[in-house]
Structures are given as structure tokens and as C-alpha cells.
Design a protein around this ligand. Structure first.
Ligand code: F6R
Length: 241
């Protein structure tokens, strides 16, 4: 595992963006696995900046996002589809037909998860998977549990996640209760993994995930078994390692 320590969030974002930049330059038709959340926003911003300067071309890139809420329309500003368009896709020249995100509006979970897993396999797998990490070690929506969930699957969101999301919705009933997510096996099949973390609140879990025992109770700890992982974190997030 390679670890890059940066001064702050902006430097972390620039470093992560430069790794994605190199990937796309070396293989213009790369399959990029992408994440939502606060961690990658700066990375996407930097890539957009380089794109606008004419330094990078996304016309052959294919993307596969990690996860999506079940039951949210793409147009809902809380959907991950909306997030990705707003923060990245609408500002670069990726082809709409090359964008893959689980379809949260497919009510048949088994059908949608099988479809999504097949899409990733048909692309020959993900070349570079960008990940953030949750405070409990989750990656994608793979939460701590007894075993590592494998392929793309439907998860029931925990009460604490539902409560935390409630502020973004008009009422508690509107808060999604389930999500579709790549599984741990899907993530581990990526040829390269790039995981980013920023802030003091991530320090404890970074130490546990990368220097503690490998256990499904810290889902990101499985990444210790992957042979091409790059962790880019700022000083605060890496302060305990
Ligand atoms: C996002 C995702 C999540 C986040 C994680 C960290 O698609 O799957 O696992 O990466 O919750 O979120 P932030 O970056 O907001 O701290």
C-alpha cells in the first residue's frame, strides 16, 4: 500500500486528482469507479479545472458509481445520480452512455443488482476505484457486519443513517430506507484502489482499517489484502499512523 500524506483537503484533492489524471492519460478508455460524499468533491473540482484547460479528455472514459439510494428519482437533489452530474459529469466531456450508476428506481432489487454487477463485468472490471471511508469503516454502503457482503446488493440503511439523512428531506417518510451498493468483492476486483480521507474525525478509523485486524466489522480493513491500494490523506486524517 502507498500512503501519501498531504497538508490539507485541497492538497489531498489535488494529489488524488493527479492519480486519476495519470490513469486516464495512460489508458484513455479507463473504467473509473467513482464515489459521492464530501471527500471526493475537491478531487472532481480539480479534474474539471484540468479538463477546462484542455489537459484531460474524458471522451472514452467509462464510469461506474459505487452506490445509489433505492426509490429516489435521478432528479432528486439527494440522489447520487444528481450529485455526480452536479459535481462532475455535467462539467466534463464524458459520454452519457458511458455513465453507470445503480438505478435506484428499479424496484426489483435482485434484478437491478445482478444487472449492475453484469455491467461492471462486461466492461472488464474497474481499472481505478475511488473510495471514501465512513467513520465506522464502511466503503460504499457496506456497513460493519458478521461477513463481508460480496457482489452488488441491496442494503437496509441503519436507523442512524436514516436519522442523519432526515434533515435533507421534507419528512422522515421521504428518507430512503434502502440503497444499492457494489459489494466488497466487486470493490476488491478493481485493478487499483484510491482511497481518500480528510479531517481529524477520520484519524481513528484510518488507523483501525489499515493497521488493525482484517474484519468485516471494519469493512475497509479488507483493502489490506488488495495488491494496489493508494491512500491519500491529509495530516489530520493520518495523524494516528
Ligand atoms: C459514497 C460512499 C460512502 C462515502 C463515505 C465517506 O459513494 O459510498 O461510502 O465514501 O460515507 O463519506 P464522506 O466523504 O462524506 O466522509
Amino acid at each position: 500500500m502507498r500512503i501519501y500524506k498531504t497538508k490539507n483537503y485541497d492538497e489531498m484533492s489535488k494529489k488524488a486528482a493527479s492519480i486519476i489524471f495519470s490513469q486516464v492519460v495512460l489508458k484513455p478508455e479507463s473504467v473509473l469507479g467513482l464515489a459521492t460524499g464530501s471527500s471526493p468533491i475537491g478531487t472532481y473540482k480539480q479534474l474539471i479545472e484540468w479538463y477546462k484547460k484542455g489537459d484531460i479528455d474524458f471522451s472514452q472514459v467509462v464510469s461506474c458509481n459505487l452506490d445509489e439510494y433505492k426509490g429516489l428519482e435521478k432528479s432528486n437533489d439527494q440522489s447520487y445520480d444528481y450529485f455526480m452530474h452536479h459535481n462532475f459529469f455535467d462539467h466534463i466531456n464524458i459520454k452519457p452512455e458511458n455513465i453507470n450508476i445503480p438505478n435506484g428506481m428499479e424496484a426489483d432489487g435482485e434484478k437491478e443488482c445482478a444487472r449492475y454487477e453484469a455491467v461492471i463485468n462486461s466492461l472488464g472490471g474497474v481499472d481505478l476505484q475511488l473510495l471514501g471511508i465512513g467513520h465506522n469503516g464502511h466503503i460504499g454502503f457496506n456497513e460493519p457486519e458478521e461477513t463481508f457482503p460480496k457482489e452488488t446488493h441491496c442494503v437496509n440503511l441503519t436507523k442512524s443513517t436514516i436519522d442523519a439523512n432526515a434533515r435533507f428531506f421534507a419528512s422522515e417518510e421521504d428518507v430512503p430506507k434502502q440503497a444499492y451498493t457494489m459489494g466488497i468483492k466487486t470493490i476488491m476486483k478493481a485493478k487499483k484502489i484510491l482511497i481518500i480521507a480528510s479531517g481529524k474525525d477520520k484519524a481513528e478509523i484510518i488507523k483501525k482499517a489499515f493497521f488493525g485486524p482484517i474484519t468485516p466489522f471494519v469493512p475497509a480493513s479488507i483493502l489490506q489484502l488488495h495488491n494496489d491500494v493508494t491512500l491519500v490523506g491529509d495530516e489530520e486524517a493520518l495523524s494516528l499512523i
